[in-house]
Ligand binder design. Structure first.
Ligand SMILES: Cc1ncc(C[n+]2csc(CCOP(=O)(O)OP(=O)(O)O)c2C)c(N)n1
Ligand code: SF4
Ligand SMILES: [Mg+2]
Length: 336
């Protein structure tokens, strides 16, 4: 792990305090008043009433996210939720915190800017398969290769829900939609393969009916420094019902978990998955639908946040720690 500071701000709830400094007119030293923080509750982070169709998988994602925020007791003012456009991208409306429902497919650059400019914030990005892999596909690849520190949760329903049933980049061949009335003919994107090849440093897969697993994946993504992506199969009950039943034990399917290596020198461990092995992640990603769930890949490559911080500090040191204004003035002087 690199030496960068975790922004997460979670930890000992009782000792978290806000500091208020004050100095009197006589110039006596500032006093610090400790104000104990209230524990972050679901009530505090709940905003608008979700407007999804009854039964939409995205409700469970929202509930899991609330639970993780509550559990990790993040500083409320440091929570940022962002999204593009789509049913799933309505997410920030339902979280009481800083956030934006941004342009279709452009949430990764927005989130990257916020993460880089304010590394102390916890940046959570939400969206759909269309937003992430279609119009935003190129931004996704660049966010991944730059390894910007954020958590990106993709609610994959294999369809464009908001615009009422068009083929999405993850729709399987044969899916009948308004854009493919005789059935989709294009090879779908394989999210896990794309993310591994693009350079994301935490890549996981979960299912909206498996709340415990979903929460575990969100927490692990959150604890990871870097571009952390979770693909979550989240059913669109309106335009592609029952498609994820093969991975739902309550509907006769099987939710198969990735068995991660324990590094315990046992023969069984030989067969377990090494999350740092790209080729092994590819192999798991090739398994036929519904595939397996859990962490496919994780590496501790330095984040853009850490590299940029180092570069700024080195450059500042070279200028004798000149202020922004002094640097600007020097640049203007050179142009005279
Ligand atoms: C530039 C632009 N192009 C197209 C649209 C129309 N549009 C809005 S949401 C969407 C697709 C949403 O699909 P997805 O991201 O999978 O989200 P879902 O609704 O399925 O959760 C499209 C094509 C738009 N809003 N802006
Ligand atoms: S259209 Fe589909 S994705 Fe959109 S809210 Fe309804 S069920 Fe959810
Ligand atoms: Mg979709």
């Amino acid at each position: 792990m690199s030496d960068e500071t975790k922004p997460n701000g979670s930890g000992d709830t009782s000792s978290v305090a806000a500091a208020v400094s004050a100095a009197d007119a006589g110039g006596t030293p500032a006093t610090t008043i400790e104000i104990p923080r209230e524990k972050l509750t679901k009530k505090a982070i709940t905003a608008d009433h979700p407007t999804w169709c009854p039964g939409c998988g995205d409700f469970a994602v929202l509930a899991s996210f609330y639970k993780v925020l509550e559990k990790r007791n993040l500083d409320h003012e440091k929570i940022v939720t962002l999204a593009g456009i789509g049913c799933s991208s309505r997410f920030p409306y339902f979280v009481n915190g800083h956030g934006a429902h941004f342009i279709h497919g452009r949430a990764v650059p927005l989130a990257s800017g916020i993460s880089l400019a304010r590394p102390d914030l916890n940046v959570f990005l939400f969206g759909g398969d269309g937003d992430g892999f279609s119009i935003g596909g190129n931004h996704l690849n660049h966010g991944a290769r730059k390894n910007v520190n954020l958590v990106y949760f993709i609610m994959d329903n294999f369809v464009y829900g908001l615009t009422k049933k068009q083929t999405s980049p993850t729709s399987p061949i044969g899916f009948k939609s308004k854009t493919d009335p005789t059935g989709a003919i294009d090879q779908p994107v394989n999210p896990m393969k794309q993310l591994v090849s693009a350079g994301a440093t935490f890549i996981a897969r979960t299912h909206a009916t498996q709340v415990k697993h979903m929460m575990e994946m969100i927490e692990r993504a959150f604890d990871h420094q870097g571009f952390s992506v979770i693909e979550c199969l989240s059913e669109c009950v309106e335009f592609y019902p029952d498609v994820f039943d093969p991975a739902d034990p309550r509907k006769g399917g099987s939710f198969e978990l990735i068995q991660e290596k324990k590094w315990d020198n046992t023969p069984e461990d030989e067969l377990r998955h090494d999350v740092t092995d790209e080729l092994a992640a590819y192999k798991l990603a090739q398994l036929p639908f519904p595939g397996v769930f859990g962490v496919f890949y994780q590496s501790d490559r330095p984040t853009k946040n850490a590299l940029e911080k180092k570069w700024i500090e080195t450059t500042r040191a070279k200028t004798g720690n000149a202020s922004d204004l002094e640097l600007l003035q020097k640049t203007f002087d050179r142009m005279k």
